[in-house]
Write a protein that binds this ligand. Structure first.
Ligand SMILES: [Zn+2]
Length: 211
């Protein structure tokens, strides 16, 4: 019994802090999406002590942050390097390696990328919230074959392509609900932007909510 307590103390005192040690600083570059100009503006570099992280720099449900220090780079042969939040890196890497081994067409991946492209618009027309990509908890797959569409409650000719390449369900690299890529990412807890409710369909996009 005493041994157990000593062991527990040892783990807490010596090993715990090694794993729990937060980074010293938080570094990132960001921008704001302006809805009037339809472009990214106010690019800036941010660097401050990690202890000064504000609530809008932390994703509340996952604990992932906008800091480069909390991202892990993933390098898989045949795919460009990209980074994601360290909490998700293992799962995402395993899933994409498996898909590559099965010769599934994972052509390009975008992960961590900080920017305010979400949420309400301020009086100058700037978005005011960080996207899921900003925290490294969203990935885009095959952007050239899986565009983001607006005016698209259900997919049809009225849908308007606003980012990425045209989606054709029978084209190599385009994703559908039957694609092994979509099914694999759903099996690790992601939702697909091609199946979200609302006006937009984001066929390249995966995140815990799909948005
Ligand atoms: Zn995305």
């Amino acid at each position: 019994m005493h041994n157990c307590i000593f062991l527990l103390l040892f783990i807490l005192l010596y090993i715990g802090p090694v794993f729990a040690e937060p980074p010293k600083t938080c570094t990132y570059s960001t921008y704001k999406w302006n809805v009037h100009q339809r472009k990214a503006i106010e690019f800036k570099q941010v660097k401050h002590p990690y202890t000064d992280l504000s609530s809008h720099e932390i994703h509340q449900d996952t604990g992932c942050t906008v800091c480069e220090e909390d991202q892990v780079e993933i390098a898989i042969p045949g795919i460009n390097r990209f980074s994601v939040c360290k909490q998700f890196a293992g799962k995402i890497e395993t899933a994409l390696r498996k898909l590559k081994q099965q010769n599934q067409p994972v052509l390009d991946v975008v992960g961590y990328r900080v920017g305010m492209t979400k949420g309400n618009v301020d009086h100058q027309g700037n978005r005011t919230e960080f996207s899921y990509h900003s925290f490294g908890i969203a990935i885009d797959i095959n952007t050239g074959q899986n565009g983001l569409y607006d005016n698209c409650i259900t997919y049809g000719p009225q849908c308007k392509l606003i980012k990425g390449g045209k989606w054709h369900p029978d084209q190599t690299g385009s994703l559908t609900s039957q694609s092994p890529i979509v099914m694999e990412l759903k099996s690790i807890g992601f939702k697909w932007g091609g199946e979200i409710e609302g006006k937009q369909k984001d066929f390249m996009h995966f995140s815990p909510t799909g948005y």
